[in-house]
Design a protein around this ligand. Structure first.
Ligand SMILES: Cc1cc2nc3c(=O)[nH]c(=O)nc-3n(C[C@H](O)[C@H](O)[C@H](O)COP(=O)(O)OP(=O)(O)OC[C@H]3O[C@@H](n4cnc5c(N)ncnc54)[C@H](O)[C@@H]3O)c2cc1C
Length: 423
């Protein structure tokens, strides 16, 4: 028979060790299960309970018809290079401002004097660069130079804003619009802004931090160096006061006096290896705006990384189409068009065989000397809206501007059958 001292020294220790191991295993199992359930809920878009509750959608913006007069209340240079200027706009009629969705843009109609003294009317879109709910709308505009060694004039609208638009001036503005805006769920979000593509991200970020302070938000802001940054102090202050906000300033060509860790967080462009090394494993929603090359590499790279297509949202500030690997068709887009079709421009008296390689009807018209008004060339501003006399067109992507019934946006579509256009 075993004596009592023999039992405590051997089996008691064993029992204690076993007990601890069972507790650890139980704790690990429960934590894993909770994490997995949370991950699956986010991944499947199930947003229940308080954690994923959606911020209620505000009453839809009532907007206004056509153009409304806005007074420039303030103008501020934003960056060290003096190439980005913010304009604070208030409605001339003094009536309340409709709200908007963070990420949307305003459309401006500008009368720009030409060197020959004539006035040229042009239409341009600029993203709202602050959260809704203020007494003003803000846009931040980058001066666009002429391409290096070209004979073309510098960008007309952006230079007009920088050089001629001043406080007190009246501008004609269409109501906020656009399909690129942040969702109102509480799911973690990654905002990526390259250069001037930061503007819609600032609107999304400022809205999130005010309306959804518990939401996890990452902002990757890519520029060449600190001279190009805007709102640096504001962003750094936000990281200090919002523990759920993570800022990563990425400099592709830092100046010699800029130090990693002090002035910026990462040397290089915003790319997939960086995202993979920085982001925890969570089903993030990604919002991207920047130069075409950056968006193309990120959108396709995220797809390769396994991020579902409906979790990657992007906007180009001009003509850019990213062919996603996973999608055979874009939602809202019609089928591919055929090559043996005829396009008739009624007013210009031209009947031409369609050339699919031209891409869209606007480029096709211009290539054949048919003059069409155009602005953004990306389906946002509506300048190239043209009446369809007969036939059908197909859209490559869902345009932001809703063309009137019986009309189409030439920059975003191609013929689906033989088509006769008013132009
Ligand atoms: C939805 C949306 C949101 C946007 N948000 C912003 C924003 O927040 N901030 C911002 O700064 N911009 C934004 N943009 C871009 C903006 O709308 C304008 O496209 C930009 O300001 C350039 O317009 P511009 O009139 O100055 O240049 P343009 O006159 O249109 O010229 C553009 C470039 O083409 C060159 N060029 C001129 N003539 C020719 C020619 N014949 N052939 C070839 N090249 C030529 C010019 O030198 C210039 O480099 C946004 C665009 C969209 C669609």
């Amino acid at each position: 028979m075993l004596s009592l001292p023999e039992m405590t020294s051997s089996s008691l220790l064993l029992w204690i060790a076993l007990g601890i191991m069972v507790q650890i295993a139980l704790w690990l199992g429960i934590s894993f299960w909770q994490h997995w359930a949370e991950y699956q809920a986010l991944r499947n878009g199930i947003r229940t309970g308080t954690q994923f509750a959606e911020t209620p959608e505000p009453a839809p913006a009532s907007g206004w018809g056509a153009y409304r007069n806005f007074r420039v209340a303030r103008k501020e240079v934003e960056d060290g290079a003096q190439s980005i200027c913010s304009f604070y706009l208030v409605p001339e009629d003094g009536l309340p401002l409709p709200t908007f969705r963070p990420g949307q843009f305003l459309t401006f109609r500008l009368d720009i004097p030409k060197p020959d003294g004539q006035i040229e009317q042009i239409v341009r879109c600029y993203s709202l660069s602050d959260a809704p709910g203020k007494e003003f709308y803000r846009v931040s505009i980058k001066r666009v130079p002429a391409p290096i060694a070209s004979q073309y004039p510098p960008g007309r609208s952006s230079n007009h804003f920088h050089d001629h638009v001043k406080p007190g001036d009246i501008l004609q503005v269409r109501a906020p619009g656009g399909h690129f805006h942040i969702d109102r769920s509480q799911s973690p979000v990654v905002l990526i802004g390259g250069g001037i593509g930061i503007t819609p991200m600032l609107s999304m970020l400022n809205w999130c931090l005010t309306e959804q302070p518990g939401r996890e938000v990452w902002l990757f802001y890519g520029v060449r160096n600190g001279v190009e940054l805007i709102k640096r102090r504001e962003l750094e202050a936000q990281t200090a006061t919002h523990p759920n906000f993570h800022l990563r300033l990425c400099f592709s060509a830092p100046s010699p006096d800029e130090a990693l860790g002090r002035d910026y967080h990462h040397q290089g462009r915003v790319d997939i290896p960086l995202l993979r090394s920085e982001l925890p494993l969570k089903p993030f929603d990604f919002y991207i705006c920047g130069p075409t090359a950056m968006m193309e590499s990120l959108v396709l790279g995220l797809e390769d990384w396994g991020v579902a297509e409906n979790h990657v949202h992007y906007e180009a500030f001009g003509p850019a189409s990213i062919k996603r690997k996973s999608s055979t068709t874009t939602p809202g887009a019609a089928a591919e068009t055929q090559s043996n079709l005829v396009v008739t421009f009624a007013k210009s008296g031209k009947q031409l065989p369609w050339q699919p390689e031209t891409g869209n009807l606007l480029d096709f018209a211009e290539a054949h000397g048919v003059k069409i008004d155009s602005g953004c060339r990306s389906g946002s501003c509506g300048s190239c809206q043209t009446v369809i006399r007969s036939g059908e067109v197909a859209y490559k992507h869902l345009p932001d501007f809703d063309p009137e019934p019986g009309s189409c946006l030439l920059c975003s579509c191609s013929p689906k059958s033989n088509v006769t256009l008013e132009a």
